[in-house]
Design a protein around this ligand. Structure first.
Ligand code: HEC
Length: 220
């Protein structure tokens, strides 16, 4: 008959064994590696840092639609939008324009923004003949690459939003040079100013009052 295992005698030894062997796990603690940019004898060009395979494109950098990202066809500026202009596109353009551009260019694009009153160069009005004739891709290009003292806004404004702004600038130009024949039937020129329920504080936007029913509420 075997002697019963004496736990008291065995336990200290067992604990010691566990303690010693617990440190003996190497798994992936040691593995061959190169220090950054170290020399390598393995490759013919002696570089340990390998070049990406030719034609590799970083994630998110595949700009296949060049017009969408440059506003240019070859070297020439294009005069069309890369996507259809819907009321949402113009609303988005107005919002982004008012946030990013109106500080200098003014809300109607006349160049009377706030920043020029503090010494920055006053931008030209978008309603001068020269800028009314530029192709729409020009606005995208200026926004993307800057122009003269104006910095570029490529980092702040995503490409699609830059197009929305370009479309909105065109809309501003049309609005500032509209003829009565451009108006919808029945609309007066100048159109009645909007009525505000709450003019806002500057931190909050003005709340427009709902339009008065036709025939009523006009300047009596
Ligand atoms: C910090 C002020 C400032 C902001 C913000 C600004 N601009 Fe400008 N912009 C200027 C100035 C100043 C010029 C004139 C630059 C010059 O002539 O050196 C200019 C010129 C322009 C021109 C006309 C270039 C020409 O041919 O005369 C366009 C188009 C334009 N900006 C678009 C934009 C758009 C779109 C935005 C918003 C994304 C924007 N700008 C934001 C200051 C600004």
């Amino acid at each position: 008959m075997r002697a019963p295992l004496n736990l008291r005698k065995v336990l200290p030894g067992l604990l010691l064994l566990i303690a010693i062997t617990a440190g003996c796990r190497l798994d992936m603690h040691l593995q061959p590696y190169y220090r950054p940019l170290a020399k390598s004898d393995f490759f013919n060009d002696n570089r340990s840092a390998r070049l990406p395979v030719e034609g590799t494109v970083a994630r998110g950098d595949l700009h296949e639609d060049t017009y969408f990202y440059t506003g240019k066809v070859g070297n020439a500026l294009g005069d069309f939008m890369p996507f259809p202009v819907t009321p949402e596109v113009l609303a988005r353009g107005r919002e982004r324009f008012n946030i990013t551009c109106a500080t200098c260019h003014g809300r109607v694009g006349d160049g009377n923004g706030f920043i020029p009153t503090r010494g920055f160069r006053r931008p030209p009005s978008f309603h001068i003949d020269r800028l009314r004739k530029v192709p729409i891709g020009y606005f995208f290009d200026v926004d993307t690459n800057g122009y003269g003292v104006m910095p570029d806004y490529a980092a702040q404004v995503a490409p699609r939003d830059r197009w929305c702004i370009a479309a909105y600038i065109r809309a501003l130009q049309i609005s500032q040079n509209a003829k009565s024949s451009d108006l919808a039937a029945g609309q007066k020129m100048p159109s009645p100013p909007p009525q505000f329920r709450d003019i806002g504080t500057g931190a909050t936007l003005p709340q427009e009052a709902p339009p008065a029913p036709a025939g009523e509420g006009e300047n009596k």
